[in-house]
Design a protein. Structure first.
Length: 84
């Protein structure tokens, strides 16, 4: 339910939770805070991109495709802010 109060999707929160080794609720709060911080959206963008690349390098095409889709959706929904 907390995800509905944040501009992140469930897949994005799951990525933060897995990367930071956090429970989903805490990852939701961290993600919301990151989106409101100066370079937080860039941190999330890079995290999502890195995870897609890691899956690709590991040869897991299905996971890589899913992670790339999550990354692309984030970039389209939350574009980079100029100058950051």
């Amino acid at each position: 339910e907390c995800i509905t109060y944040c501009d992140l999707t469930e897949a994005e929160v799951e990525a933060i939770a897995e990367h930071e080794n956090l429970p989903p609720l805490v990852a939701t709060l961290v993600g919301c805070h990151l989106l409101q911080s100066h370079n937080g959206h860039e941190y999330i963008r890079q995290l999502l991109q890195n995870r897609a690349e890691e899956a690709h390098r590991a040869g897991d095409a299905d996971v890589a495709a899913h992670r790339h889709q999550v990354y692309q959706e984030f970039v389209q929904r939350i574009p980079a802010i100029q100058g950051e």
